[in-house]
Design a protein around this ligand. Structure first.
Ligand code: ZN
Length: 314
């Protein structure tokens, strides 16, 4: 009798595995936890990498936007909207970065999902007078709030230190230890980035970017953003011919031999500015993780590209 019983048990186990596999296969492609752990949905890959470091294996971190997508322009699918609605906690950058998610996140919040907005927890940078150009576009006006905090590891550190309270209240998990460790790592990373960027020559620290994405980085490490190919905090705006000419003139006046391109910037306009200014184009990855590595590789990659790009200017 022992043998058949063992077989029955084995069949039962096999069936339960099959059922689990079936559920996994037919289950929601995104959203919902099969692990039974709380689900934290993060909007962007860069922020998602840091949140995952903080929470470790305690929660399931799902990143909504595919790596390489332009967060200013990205629009969610019906499945993404459902994933937001099923989350235990949503983590967003805020300040209009995820413009395509505004209504979906508002709906999830209305349905009782907790939302943590990173830029609520750091000193927000505002567009200064003379930056951005005159326009009716609210993203270009002096005083507009800049969402690109993730280009400053110390701003990211503020977010990390604020996260545990939100995670605890939404999920009951205690992630303070993970946050403390990550905050210490970010402080070390900041010193590393400062050392890398110190290599850029003192008289060559004026940068031209794709759109106005590097204000936090520039403020932290002593650079000055003298203009952007797309003169806006977002990527959707268009550059006029006169803007191209003005930017090229500024590049020449500041001896900027490099124009930094990035996601969402029309390559033809970047090339036009560079060619008119006698500069070359260096691509930066400012809104996505590099092919390998997490946030450290992301920010040191930007620092190295800027330092070596500016270092090559005569
Ligand atoms: Zn941007």
């Amino acid at each position: 009798m022992r043998r058949p019983r063992a077989i029955v048990a084995l069949v039962a186990i096999a069936l339960s595995f099959a059922a689990a596999a079936l559920l996994a296969g037919c289950g929601e492609p995104s959203g919902g936890s099969q692990s039974g752990r709380p689900v934290i949905v993060v909007t962007t890959p860069v922020l998602g990498a840091v949140v995952a470091q903080v929470v470790g294996a305690q929660a399931e971190v799902q990143v909504l936007m595919p790596n390489g997508a332009d967060p200013h322009e990205w629009r969610p699918s019906a499945q993404d909207v459902a994933a937001l609605d099923r989350a235990d906690l949503i983590v967003e950058s805020g300040l209009g970065l995820e413009s395509g998610l505004t209504s979906a996140i508002a709906q999830a919040r209305e349905d009782g999902v907790s939302v943590f907005t990173a830029t609520d927890h750091l000193p927000v940078r505002h567009v200064g007078a003379g930056e951005g150009g005159a326009s009716d576009d609210p993203d270009r006006q002096a005083g507009a709030a800049d969402p690109h905090f993730w280009t400053d590891p110390m701003a990211m550190r503020r977010v990390v230190l604020a996260l545990p309270a939100a995670v605890q209240s939404a999920t009951g998990l205690d992630v303070h230890a993970g946050a403390t460790a990550e905050a210490a790592r970010l402080a070390r990373l900041n010193r590393q980035v400062a050392a890398i960027t110190a290599a850029a020559p003192a008289g060559r620290r004026d940068i031209i970017t794709g759109h106005e994405s590097l204000g936090y980085f520039a403020d932290r490490y002593g650079f000055s953003v003298i203009g952007a190919v797309t003169p806006s905090l977002s990527t959707g705006a268009e550059a006029s011919a006169s803007h191209v000419a003005d930017l090229a003139a500024a590049a020449r006046a500041h001896h900027a031999c490099v124009v930094f391109g990035e996601v969402g910037t029309p390559a033809a306009v970047t090339e036009a500015v560079a060619s008119e200014a006698g500069a070359r184009v260096v691509e930066l990855t400012t809104h996505a993780l590099p092919a390998s590595g997490g946030y450290d590789a992301f920010i040191t990659g930007i620092a190295r590209a800027i330092a070596s790009g500016l270092g090559s200017c005569a």
